[in-house]
Design a protein. Structure first.
Length: 151
């Protein structure tokens, strides 16, 4: 699967970094400060009811954090435009240009019998490339002389 040119690992790293930023910002969020009050009986009554609501307060904070992470995930997913790779995208295309000038007709390796021209050697290298291509790969071999022609 492709994510706007990113691999799954790169996208996951970006997502992890974004979640980390959200978590740090969430922890740095301003909280109410504790203030000591001298009127104790009133606050004892208030604090007696607090344990029941503290669980709901924790759940509310957790839900808020999870919603922020989900929002970041959806934004990154929208930016990444994920799509499945097709065979056409895996297809490689090659163009091999073989020079057909007079210089390429010069003989190479005169100790070898029969001596071969540089042009013959270039054609052999192009053939070797063709044999190494995959099923979905395409190649075009062009002979670049006075008038270019496809081989």
């Amino acid at each position: 699967m492709q994510f706007f040119g990113l691999t799954g690992l790169e996208f996951g790293s970006l997502l992890g970094a974004s979640v980390l930023v959200v978590a740090v910002l969430y922890r740095l969020k301003l909280r109410r400060r504790t203030v000591r009050v001298s009127f104790a009986p009133l606050w004892r009554h208030v604090l007696r009811d607090r344990p029941a609501t503290s669980l709901f307060e924790r759940l509310r904070r957790l839900l808020s954090f999870l919603l922020q992470v989900a929002f970041v995930f959806l934004v990154l997913l929208a930016i990444a435009r994920p799509r499945l790779s097709t065979d056409a995208e895996r297809e490689r295309r090659f163009v091999v240009v073989i020079d057909a000038s007079a210089r390429m007709q010069a003989l190479m390796n005169l100790t070898r019998m029969p001596p071969r021209s540089r042009f013959e050697e270039a054609k052999d290298l192009a053939r070797k490339l063709l044999h190494r291509l995959g099923d979905t790969d395409r190649a075009l071999i062009v002979c670049a002389g006075l008038t270019p022609e496809a081989l």
